[in-house]
Structures are given as structure tokens and as C-alpha cells.
Write a protein of this length. Structure first.
Length: 291
């Protein structure tokens, strides 16, 4: 192999996006495959990469929960998940055995945070948070160039929030916590309460105020913990027209002028758009490359 080539995987709950990139991050080839049962999906992934040669490293940015501790026998496995069939699925092992190259695993949101820090909306910032608010809610962080990992990866989508006074009767949709961020603001929780997506509800519907208030509460909590340079909000729910502006306005008020960061400019849409996932995988793969 003359030039380094990287295998890229954005593993999601409904689809896997696969790509091959050169050393500059130029995507030479890409495809998407549906997320079926693990055997089928992992088999299709190995076949696609196998038909495209050898790799210097593979970056795997995946839905979670996933084991990130390289010392654990479960490294690169999906942990306990509500997604049928996927608990215990080994994503990284088959890649490592088949292609005999480093496989760098992180969460999809940590990968997106790393890509946004390197090339996108968070460029040049010391602390960048990335949230996706869609079918579920996940959050990742990059601090001084590294993704945040603790005992496991961050589970910021399960942060607890105060309740909106006009939303006290809803128990929340999270099977573990009820009314955590995901249980209150993800797509299924919105549909549960109002029978439509946020985008399909008229702009004067109270749901817009309630959901933007919860996300703004999340933002000011994250400001208190991290003082991020950028907090990036992506995902299907965040694509609702006007939502990010409502969040900005409320976060400024809720913050009371206390934080160093100004919520009106700190809150950002993703800079890399649809490429954030694959570029996250590229950023992970590249981190394995020799200096
Ligand atoms: Zn939860």
C-alpha cells in the first residue's frame, strides 16, 4: 500500500454508512446499508470493504451504548440496548480480524464532535459539545482535541431536567428514567404527546415552546459544567424550522448573563451537514495513523 487509505463506518440504528477515504479525507467511495440483524449487517459491511482493498486503519463511529475500553473483552461490542438482537453484537472484532489493521471505535456523537472540532463549526475551540436530538438523544464532547470518555462514554442524552410548568402530566418516554432529556425531547416523546412531529405542528403550537425550553435547560446545564466554545445541535428534531433560534433565545435568558460563553453565538448547527458522521469516522481512523 503506497498511500494510506481509511475505512469509515457511521453505524446507526436504521442504517450504516460506509466509506473509503484517502489521507486528505476525500471520500473515494461510499454506500449505505440498512441496519438489519447483526449477522446480516456486519456480513454486508465486511463484504463491501473486502471488495475495496486494504486499509491503514478503520474508524468506527457507532450508536451506543458501546464498550470503549480496549482492555475489556467486550471492546467494540454494543452493550445493553433496546434495539432487538443487537445487545452484545461485536462490531469491531470482525473488522480487526478481516483487515488486520487498527480499528478505532468511538460513539457517533463523539466522532461528530471530533469532526466538527477539526473541520466544522467547532474549529479552533478547546471544548466542543455535539448533541443529536432525533429518534433518541446523544451527546459527545471533545476537550483539548480528545473525545471525552470515562468509565464508559458520556450519556448526556439521559441528563435530568427540571419540568416545564405546562408539561407536568407527561411521564416521559425513556424506559430507564422516564423524563430525562431523551424521554422528553426525542421524536417519539414528541409524537407521544402531540401525535405529530414538531415540524408538522403549527409554529404557534405550545410544543415549540416546551421542547425549546427543555433543550435550552440542557444547554445552560452544559455551560455550567463545560463552558464549551461551541455547542452543536443536530438531528431530526433540530431540523424543525425556527427551533434553534428559540433555543438560543431561551438559553440566553435562563443563563442570566452569568457564563463566559454567549449562548446566542455558542449554539450552532452542524457545520459539516450530512458528512459529519463519515468525517467523524475519518477523524477517528486518522488518529491511528503514525505522526
Ligand atoms: Zn433516560
Amino acid at each position: 500500500m503506497n498511500e494510506p487509505r481509511y475505512g469509515l463506518i457511521e453505524a446507526g440504528g436504521t442504517k450504516f454508512v460506509l466509506g473509503v477515504a484517502d489521507a486528505n479525507g476525500t471520500i473515494l467511495d461510499r454506500t449505505r446499508i440498512p441496519t438489519l440483524m447483526p449477522d446480516e449487517t456486519i456480513g454486508a459491511m465486511l463484504e463491501w470493504f473486502g471488495a475495496r482493498g486494504a486499509y491503514s486503519a478503520i474508524g468506527l463511529a457507532t450508536f451506543g451504548p458501546v464498550e470503549l475500553d480496549p482492555a475489556s473483552p467486550q471492546w467494540g461490542h454494543i452493550l445493553k440496548t433496546a434495539k432487538p438482537g443487537w445487545t452484545g453484537a461485536d462490531l469491531a472484532g470482525p473488522l480487526q480480524r478481516r483487515f488486520a489493521c487498527p480499528v478505532i471505535v468511538d460513539t457517533d456523537v463523539n466522532g461528530a464532535a471530533l469532526a466538527e472540532t477539526t473541520w466544522g463549526a467547532g474549529k479552533g475551540e478547546q471544548v466542543v459539545l455535539y448533541f443529536t436530538i432525533g429518534t433518541g438523544v446523544g451527546g459527545g464532547a471533545v476537550i483539548n482535541g480528545r473525545t471525552l470518555r470515562g468509565k464508559g462514554h458520556p450519556e448526556m442524552g439521559h441528563f435530568r431536567l427540571p419540568r416545564h410548568p405546562d408539561d407536568l402530566n407527561y411521564a416521559g418516554k425513556c424506559p430507564f428514567h422516564g423524563d430525562c432529556v431523551e424521554g422528553l425531547t426525542a421524536g417519539p416523546a414528541i409524537f407521544d404527546r402531540w401525535g405529530k412531529t414538531l415540524s408538522d405542528l403549527p409554529p404557534d403550537h405550545p410544543a415549540h415552546d416546551i421542547i425549546s425550553w427543555y433543550i435550552a435547560q440542557l444547554v445552560v446545564s452544559m455551560q455550567a459544567i463545560f463552558e464549551p466554545g461551541k455547542l452543536i445541535l443536530g438531528g431530526g428534531v433540530m431540523a424543525t424550522p425556527g427551533l434553534i433560534d428559540r433555543v438560543r433565545e431561551k438559553a440566553v435568558k435562563l443563563g442570566g448573563g452569568y457564563f463566559r460563553s454567549d449562548a446566542s453565538t455558542m449554539i450552532s448547527a452542524p457545520g459539516l451537514g450530512d458528512n459529519a458522521g463519515l468525517m467523524g469516522a475519518f477523524a477517528l481512523a486518522q488518529s491511528a495513523a503514525p505522526e
